[in-house]
Design a protein around this ligand. Structure first.
Ligand code: FA5
Length: 339
């Protein structure tokens, strides 16, 4: 019996020493020490031994069991360490290799101009308001003194959507929404997309951006309007670029004006970009028509105001000397990386 145990020990140690992985080791544990294992079998057969033999064999069997257990544990540690080493080797990173260059994003010129203008108007005490892109006929036209069949509706060819709604043709409806909500003094700006059935060309896009401004208080005059717009255009375009006010017509302002800056391409000499005029139009403005004030619940006897609507795409084009509005929408990285 004792010799059998020794033989089992020898066999187990040999097999343990040559076990190549954890699964093999687990199998050996079952083979020798499991419930039906070889060593366990010997211990079970002790009942058939002479009583004086039993303690000796029992002791030997326990020794063999302990030795096998110890060897299993030692081999387990070695195999685990080998496995870890192999994993580290497989996952090794060569830290001397050069990294991939990070592609930094740039701010879109449209966003640059919006941020610069918002910053300027906030410094002058204006608030920033918002309005919906999908508007009602009332806010886009009616409340701005553009009744049905008014020729001014043709100036802003409109995209209509279901339910009698439309895509706003300008940001002026936000003026009306603000006048309805706030009481004078009002100093607000708003910016966002506008939509018109306009043919796409170098200076027109069916979707474009405007920044609207409105000031209402006692004693507001056209001089205030000029002062604000000259300050803003100077800061955006620099003192070197000329700015001019030209009489114009909008049903919601009286008197009305349009503002042009001198053409960056021909320095005011006249070229194809400025239709040989030397000037580029950037915005419409004027003193708010008293009818518009009254329709929005503001007493036109006590208060006057001015408003303006800047074409932001055009402002960005003329500031950054971009000759075609489509560059602002194409998202060509070669173009965008310049800002
Ligand atoms: C208006 O939209 C008026 N609501 C502006 C206004 C506001 C006047 C408040 C008085 C008081 P107009 O249609 O001229 O006006 O457009 C204003 C500016 O938007 C233009 O000067 C131009 O810079 C820009 N714009 C108009 N249509 C387009 C277009 N299709 N693509 C790009 N920019 C455009």
């Amino acid at each position: 019996m004792e010799r059998k145990l020794e033989a089992l020990q020898e066999e187990a140690l040999e097999k343990i020493a040559s076990a190549r992985d954890l699964a093999e080791l687990e199998q050996l544990q079952v083979e020798f020490l499991g419930k039906n294992g070889k060593v366990t079998g010997v211990l079970r057969g002790m009942g058939r031994l002479d009583p004086e033999e039993r303690p000796k064999v029992g002791k030997k069997a326990n020794q063999v069991k302990e030795i096998i257990e110890k060897e299993l544990e030692a081999r387990l540690q070695i195999l685990k360490a080998d496995q870890e080493k192999q994993r580290l080797q497989e996952e090794a990173i060569d830290i001397t290799l050069p990294g991939k260059p990070l592609q930094g994003g740039r701010i879109h010129p449209m966003q640059l101009i919006i941020e610069q203008l918002e910053d300027m108007f906030l410094r002058m005490g204006f608030s920033i308001e918002e309005g919906p892109d999908v508007e009602t006929d009332y806010y886009n036209f009616e409340a701005l003194n553009i009744p049905e069949n008014h020729p001014a509706r043709d100036m802003q060819d409109t995209f209509y959507v279901e339910g009698g709604l439309l895509l706003r043709t300008h940001t002026s409806p936000v003026q009306v929404r603000t006048m309805e909500k706030q009481t004078p003094p009002i100093r607000m700006i708003t910016s966002g997309k506008c939509y018109r059935v306009d043919e796409l060309d170098a200076t027109h896009s069916p979707v474009f951006h405007q920044l609207e401004g409105l000031v209402i208080d006692r004693g507001i005059t056209f001089s205030h309007l000029k002062g604000v717009l000259i300050a803003v255009t100077r800061e955006i375009f620099g003192a070197g670029r000329e700015v001019r006010f030209r009489p114009s017509y909008f049903p919601f302002t009286e008197p009305s004006a349009e503002v042009d800056v001198s053409c960056f391409k021909c320095q005011g000499q006249g070229c194809s970009l400025c239709s040989r005029t030397g000037w580029l139009e950037i915005l419409g403005a004027g003193m708010v028509n008293p009818r518009v004030l009254e329709m929005s619940g503001i007493d036109a006897e006590r208060f006057t105001g001015f408003a303006f609507g800047m074409g932001l795409d055009r402002m960005a084009m003329y500031k950054y000397e971009i000759e075609d509005i489509r560059h602002l929408w194409d998202n060509d990285l070669r173009f965008l990386k310049q800002f």
